[in-house]
Design a protein around this ligand. Structure first.
Ligand code: KIV
Length: 259
């Protein structure tokens, strides 16, 4: 693949066979998507994390399809080489029919693949999406859309039962045709076992180093959301300080000019 070729779901599906690790980041707006694309990030997720790190909701469960569509369209206007994956938000895929209808809305806005949370429980929805030709990224482990039921963000796969359930989920969604599988807060040894078992890449977040790639919420990476950052996320920049310093400098400059 040439460095200018458009990234496709098949590129992602075959990454493990090629021995290529996948770096993925979230993007919610045009300038960030363009910058990340220029930096060579191959996969951009318009995640429903937008609800927390951009829209100020306490969790992702309040994000609507209309909000996702708005952010997907902004990212798509950046005309990226990167593959644009969009999250189906909470309560938009309770049946196979509404999963397909709502995924079509995000695809029409510019998404090139759809991510949805869950394992065996969402097999009918994944299957229906694949049947109409929509590429799907799976997501198992800690499911942020279930945070209220879970009572917080917790590591998954510590008990024998949970391990067996997550392995069964991983195999089932792979068989249903997902092109990659996000493992969120999966106990690292189990993440290693799932990664070894699947022919498609696993993409870890807080799941240790043995996944086929890693995804980060971009504001965690660049330090633009300083009020909360998960323990596993290491920031490589401090954009919050840059913004505060620039704003304070501007305020001083305007005040001084008025003297
Ligand atoms: O919404 C999101 O950003 C995600 C990632 C945490 C994988 O689903």
């Amino acid at each position: 693949m040439e460095p200018t070729d458009k990234i496709t779901p098949d590129w992602m599906r075959s990454a493990k066979t090629r021995g290529e690790r996948i770096a993925a980041l979230t993007a919610y707006d045009y300038p960030t998507a363009r910058l990340l694309d220029e930096a060579g990030v191959p996969v951009l997720l318009v995640g429903d994390s937008v609800g927390m790190v951009v829209l100020g909701y306490p969790d992702t469960t309040q994000v609507t399809l209309a909000e996702m569509r708005h952010h997907v369209a902004a990212v798509a206007r950046a005309k990226t080489r990167a593959l644009i994956v969009a999250d189906l938000p909470y309560h938009t895929y309770q049946t196979a029919q509404n999963a397909v209808a709502n995924a079509h809305i995000l695809m029409a806005a510019g998404a090139e693949a759809i991510k949805l949370e869950g394992g065996v429980a969402v097999l009918p929805e994944i299957t229906a999406l694949r049947e109409v030709g929509i590429a799907v990224m799976g997501h198992i482990g800690m499911l942020p859309q279930q945070v209220k039921e879970e009572g917080g963000y917790k590591i998954k796969g510590r008990s024998k039962n949970e391990k067996a359930r997550l392995m069964a989920d991983a195999i089932a969604v792979k068989e249903a045709g997902v092109c990659a599988l996000v493992l969120e807060l999966v106990e690292p040894e189990l993440a290693r076992e799932i990664t070894a078992r699947l022919a498609i890449p696993t993409i870890g977040i807080g799941s240790g180093p043995h996944c086929g790639g890693q995804i980060m919420v971009t504001p965690d990476l660049i330090g633009s959301f300083p009020w909360f950052r998960p323990k596993f996320a290491i920031a490589k920049a401090d954009v919050a300080s840059v913004i505060r310093d620039a704003a304070q400098g501007f305020v001083r400059q305007v005040k001084d000019a008025g003297n």
